[in-house]
Design a binder for this molecule. Structure first.
Ligand code: GAP
Length: 504
């Protein structure tokens, strides 16, 4: 019988911690909700994902240039982009267990239908029956239908810039504030806070729009061309879950591709296919990958079209069967952003084509991916278990991360068959030669060779190179393939070329 997705996910979470891929942030202090740290192997995996993206999107193309913007930008950027007014989630409080949750993520139920839950949301609470309200959903924690009205909650993290501490300013005005009525007090508090308020960017994209003119003026680009950026973004997400899938601090890999209006549909199709194929080219199983075109009702007001590349993650849901989750969104943002920034700043953000004398504000096709979600998808997709039988007929479970070699945190492991007779020295020489070529390699001489293979399979190392007695005489080694477990003998002098050919 196929294993439940939730069981698979538990194994992946456990492996991720045990082998140093992903740790809970500040774990020795009890952890911090939805914040994670990448361990020694996780940081390599994520870096390889980001490098693969940068190589394919920027280095391998002549029509894309890179950018690295500051995380804190002028606060008016977020006014213009609409994030200050509109970037919010509908929040609801459960009157029974007091949980605050996102209305759009709550389990849907028929209004008026019956629902049962534990009083106070406590396991010791009495089982009671209630009714689902007009909203048509229940509390995701206790199942109660007695909920507050929805309130909008802005997702941007606010902080302050400069020598003025807004808290101190409020204290300085405390007498004045207490003399005001509720609305006037609210306005005064906002005025004090907004004097020094800045925001951690919720997306990297706006950096590309506000630098559009700088890049046109300083580089030899002309539409169709793209500006690419990777970097941290921050959203005060209320519902966070499933390891690094939805967190408050995450990394994005975004491309804003500027095209002549009228050619946008063609480029939209081009990027949808290119981005779907990118994940396939790095080994993600086709059956767990899909492109989902948004319904018109789902589209942001500025978008002409939007499609998500989705991956079937092994997350626990009500059926325990896993669920489709967004890896990346590809949107046709039209000329909305450049037009709005031009209006707000009075700067000319048009492009003038000298040959045709045409002037226009380019349309933008935006493939916006998440580095953490992609890393998690590659990790989940690579995980598998196989039953293997040893020479004595004993069965064992082999746990493997079948990463694409380009993504594997460690590319090769070198083992001396035994810890004597010059084998460790020979193995060390091979490690040094591989490291010199920039191939991340590890040395392991601890325990039986079979156990060393298992350790490397579990972290996804594609090749294990073993130095044995013959190696000292004929300068050959065995190279074992992680996925097939087949071994081939080859001269030491060919190992580097062999690995490089596979990584290309
Ligand atoms: N500029 C467009 C934009 O930011 P988005 O769909 O909100 O679009 C793009 O974000 C990608 O960033 C998502 O497809 C996802 O991979 C990643 N992402 C967004 N919010 C995230 C979160 N809270 N945690 C992890 N990744 C997130």
């Amino acid at each position: 019988m196929a294993e439940k997705s939730s069981e698979t996910m538990k194994k992946i979470v456990s492996l991720a911690k045990r082998r140093g891929f992903i740790f809970q942030s500040s774990e020795i202090y009890g952890g911090l909700k939805a914040c994670y740290d990448y361990g020694p192997l996780g940081v390599e995996l994520k870096r390889n994902v980001k490098n693969a993206w940068w190589r394919d999107i920027v280095h391998k193309r002549e029509d894309v240039v890179g950018l690295d913007c500051s995380i804190i930008m002028h606060p008016d950027v977020w006014k213009t982009s609409g994030h200050l007014a509109g970037f919010s989630d509908p929040l609801v409080d459960c009157k029974n267990c007091k949980e605050r949750f996102r209305a759009d993520h709550a389990p849907e139920r028929e209004p008026g239908s019956e629902t049962t839950y534990l009083e106070g949301g406590k396991s010791s609470g009495k089982k009671v029956k209630g009714v689902v309200g007009e909203q048509g959903y229940i509390c995701p924690v206790c199942g109660c239908g007695d909920l507050s009205d929805e309130r909008q909650f802005n997702l941007m993290f606010r902080t302050s810039l400069g020598p003025v501490d807004p808290m101190q300013e409020l204290i300085n005005h405390i007498d004045e504030l207490s003399g005001l009525d509720k609305n006037a007090r609210k306005e005064k508090v906002a005025e004090i806070i907004n004097k020094s308020a800045v925001y951690l960017r919720p997306e990297t994209a706006q950096g590309m729009f506000v630098n559009f003119k700088n890049i046109l003026d300083s580089s030899r680009v002309k539409p169709p061309f793209g500006i690419a950026q990777q970097g941290k973004s921050y959203r005060n997400e209320i519902t966070t879950s499933n390891l690094t899938f939805r967190t408050c601090e995450f990394e994005q890999m975004e491309l804003e591709f500027f095209v002549e209006p009228g050619t946008d549909d063609e480029w939209y199709d081009y990027w949808k296919n290119a981005r779907l194929n990118w994940y396939k080219s790095l080994g993600i199983s086709e059956e767990r990958l899909r492109l989902r075109e948004h319904e018109v009702s789902e589209l942001a007001h500025y978008a002409k079209g939007c499609s998500d590349v989705e991956y079937f993650y092994p997350f626990e849901n009500e059926e325990g069967e896993g669920e489709w989750g967004e890896l990346e969104g590809i949107a046709n943002r039209t000329d909305y952003d450049l037009t709005k920034h031009a209006e707000a700043t009075g700067k000319d953000l048009t492009y003038f084509e000298t040959e045709t004398k045409k002037r226009y504000i380019p349309y933008v096709i935006e493939p916006a991916a998440g580095a953490d979600r992609a890393t998690l998808a590659f990790l989940c997709d690579a995980f598998c278990e196989e039953t293997v039988t040893d020479a004595k007929g004993n069965e064992d479970i082999r746990s493997i991360l079948k990463f694409h070699p380009r993504l594997a945190p460690i590319k090769a492991a070198v083992f001396p068959l035994v810890k004597k007779d010059g084998m460790p020295e020979k193995a060390r020489e091979i490690v040094d030669a591989l490291l010199d070529e920039g191939i991340s390699t590890t040395y392991d001489q601890a325990g039986a060779i079979g156990r060393r293979y298992r350790r490397m399979d579990e972290v996804g190392t594609p090749w294990c190179i073993t130095v044995d007695g013959d190696s000292l005489n004929d300068d050959t080694v065995t190279v074992r393939d992680r996925d097939t477990m087949e071994q081939q003998r080859m001269p030491v002098s060919e190992v580097i070329a062999f690995i490089k050919s596979k990584l290309r």
